[in-house]
Design a binder for this molecule. Sequence first.
Ligand code: ADP
Ligand code: MG
Length: 262
Amino acid sequence: MTDAPLLEVRNLTRRYKLPRQSLLRAPPVLTALEGAAFSLCAGETLGVVGESGSGKSTLARLIMAFERPDEGEVLFQRRDLHGLSSGELRRLRRGFQMVFQDPFGSLNPRRRIGWSIAEPLRASGETEHLGYRVAEALTQVGLHSADAGKYPHEFSGGQRQRIAIARAIITRPALLVADEAVSALDVSIQAQILNLLMDLQDDLGLGMVFISHDLAVVGSVCDRVLVLQHGKTLESGAALDVLRAPKHPYTKTLLKAAGVRP
Ligand code: ADP
Ligand code: MG
């Protein structure tokens, strides 16, 4: 075993070309993320916080290699994800999975949830024991193995988020990226899902990038925090320090919005 970080993000930058406003001028470019950098070890949680449009989901998509950066690197278990062939990337994908914000939107309404949960396994070329693995994942997230035969509409919002988590952990990943994973839920349900994520992290030794616009939620579950505004990192540090003694006025505004007193 090595002490190398599970995930290393270096100088990650992503620019989007916006629609051209005049034939005479080059199209405007929006820098959605600029020079993001951090490293994450197994069992550790990094919170990424910032208001809407600050570049959080862009960072998530780059870490997940759903899109490519303009500059910088994402090293997962020391391999640069954006330098791999598509075949290598597909094989490595089972090691890092994402929990999406809107499980209803990402679950196929016409398929039994067992089919949807097994999707990442099929995508990574696994064909054996899918039923067993689905049952195991359902149990891990506090649902019943028999739930595999039901359809998405038969579940509550909180249960659907559990299903989304089951789908993310079914490949037995080392890293989870959770993008606003509890933001759509009622506060009491939020707490249950956060507890589930923390328990899974302990049991499975997962590294986690936990993205939220809510600094109170981030502070309650994360070891370290990175604060984004307009794609730039304003501050980063131990969650307790950032919550207790925010350095930047923007972070103080986020704290106020989350109802936290520094
Ligand atoms: P957040 O998740 O923090 O709300 P995003 O990462 O979704 O922020 O967006 C950051 C910025 O990048 C926003 O200004 C958004 O409008 C812009 N953006 C995101 N994706 C695209 C895209 N595909 N094309 C153009 N602009 C985009
Ligand atoms: Mg987002």
